[in-house]
Ligand binder design. Structure first.
Ligand code: PRP
Length: 182
């Protein structure tokens, strides 16, 4: 697996430090409240696990799954809810937790869906932000790292369902996805 990685973009230590900072910032911003962290599966599962343990004193968690990419490297533009939330979000303070904000297509759609359910507030926390790729008008309220337009994997992010379990964010060698013809 390591041979497919061109270089480490964000180390395990840098990730842990930044996630702790984001958790502290959210804890301060939501002091006296109990935000509901909504993880968008599958890419955000590791970030969600780490971030939620840094939000003090209370938070709740729930999970959604959407699909937009298939196995390719470019968004299809089509978003489907594969798994919906378990409970109503009406009147709750929602923080959507994402691994990466790329074209913005997924989050733009998701925010319309969630806003229609009348939460008290709705914010976005993304570990990675690729603003150079944005085609939809959406910005994150909390950003871990701004990243260049490279194919990044690890810490939850995949290529063709592999590499999610890498402990760091790495740049995938182009030959890995070019050889699949995509
Ligand atoms: C990734 C990521 C976001 C979306 C961002 O999910 O988790 O949901 O793409 O891209 P966008 O801004 O261009 O819409 P993906 O569809 O790869 O599924 P996964 O979370 O299961 O890896």
């Amino acid at each position: 697996m390591r041979k497919d990685i061109d270089h480490v973009l964000i180390s395990e230590e840098e990730l842990q430090k930044r996630v702790a900072e984001l958790g502290a910032q959210i804890s301060a911003d939501y002091a006296g409240r109990c935000p509901l962290l909504v993880s968008v599966l599958r890419g955000s599962y590791i970030f969600m696990a780490d971030l939620s343990r840094q939000v003090q004193p209370f938070c709740q968690v729930d999970f959604m799954a959407v699909s937009s990419y298939g196995s390719g490297t470019v968004s299809s533009g089509q978003v489907n809810i594969v798994k919906d939330l378990s409970d109503s979000i009406e009147g709750k303070d929602i923080i959507v937790v994402e691994d990466i904000l790329d074209s913005g297509n997924t989050l733009h759609y998701l925010f319309q869906v969630l806003q229609a359910r009348h939460p008290a507030s709705l914010k976005l926390c993304t570990l990675l932000d690729k603003p150079s790729r944005r085609t939809k008008p959406i910005t994150a309220d909390y950003v871990g790292f701004e990243v260049p337009d490279k194919f990044v994997v690890g810490y939850g992010l995949d290529y063709d369902e592999l590499y999610r379990n890498l402990p760091y964010i790495g740049v995938l060698k182009p030959c890995v996805y070019e050889k699949s013809g995509e």
